[in-house]
Design a protein around this ligand. Sequence first.
Ligand code: URA
Length: 476
Amino acid sequence: MHVIALNHDIDFQGWREAARALALNNVAPEDVTWSVANQDLSLFQPTRLPEIEQGATFNVPAAFVELAQTAILHQTPDRFGLLYRVLWRLRRCPDLLEVSTDADMSRLRSLVKDVRRDEHKMHAFVRFREFGDGRDSRFVAWFEPTHHIVELAAPFFERRFCDIPWSILTPERCAHWDGHRTIFTEGARKTDAPSSDPLEDIWRTYYASIFNPARLKIKAMQTEMPRKYWRNLPEASLIDPLIQKASRTTQAMIARDAPEPRPSQQRKEVPMAKHPAQDNLTALRAEAADCRACHLWKDATQTVFGEGPRHAPIMLVGEQPGDKEDLAGKPFVGPAGQVLNRALEDAGIERDKVYVTNAVKHFKFVPRGKIRLHQKPSTPEIKACRQWYERERAVIKPLLVVAMGATAAQSVFGKITPIGKNRGHLIDLEDAKALVTVHPSYLLRLPDADAKEREYEAFVEDLKIAASFLRRRHAA
Ligand code: URA
């Protein structure tokens, strides 16, 4: 029996050297016991590593090394043995990583997932409190990760808070950033971190004001923010009372009359002009400019019609113009348009080769002071506007229609079509294919940076499906 004692919990280098020596000496996984020095988990004294014969070597796929570096951060004591077993089996079965039904591989992937989730939670739920005054002040946070992730998570905070000195204390490991580099020290106690600071009242007021009772989904919220993190979150004390009040507040919101747009914002009632039924884009655009099919034209500045090449192979459909689009008269020129442009570029699609339009062609909003607050279009409004989408599509004849968000999907499919269930694969329309994905504004609304990044990547992945569909059609 070989007894290996690694130097510490995340001693990947030590594990790698030991695994290499053991594998090159044909030591089977069941003949090795792994432990961490000073943790006294093993009943046996550590043994010396077997010598490696000169020149003996072997390779493992880079993807395994990547998985192993993450999985070793898991707190489960059997991770070292599992990693060695996979390494051992990889030498005999180089395609093991691809075998999704293999029990070892599925366990390895689940460890990696746990670690990534813990890292993501640390990014989202670390709350700094100011400690000390003036030039000596430092931002200190207390956090209790489940796995050994402090080193893994630290670069995110270095990038995000590069110009303030901070420390993140955890029971096992602490990270301290001085503006230039991070140093890591032994674990700390919760009482070493400050328990509150004056900024927390401001943070709580902000949280209460952005909490939207009408959008409350308790289950989703608890999955994203499990209770175990609440004890270190200043805003957590508000969550239960806000949830309890949510239904009453929502009823009151519904009962309240919607404010009338200011008279200066309302356009005069003019009947819909009669246009000869021509189906070319210029004529359609002119006809849509006078659309009165629903009431939204009254408060909007103008109809925002689609834009793009007459025979574009892809038609992108959004929800409705926003504030900037309403003023410019062009779709997707505001913040959501910027996200869309970046994602198209990342997916390898040129924006000026696609036709971009919206399911609803007038901006729907309520005035709040100087701001015009976006309102989701209702089903009758989507239906009333659908004629324009259909006629645009009949002229463009795209090979693929990409519906971004629920309103677009409802218009494209003519019925409510949930995004989660339908995204990510091509769907047959009568004379084209369709692809469903999220709306770029959804990415802008996500409050935490990690979720934003993750969802952005998923959005780009969806757009890549469109890009590869087009490549295949061009190649055919
Ligand atoms: N959101 C949309 O759906 N369309 C736009 O044109 C802008 C924002």
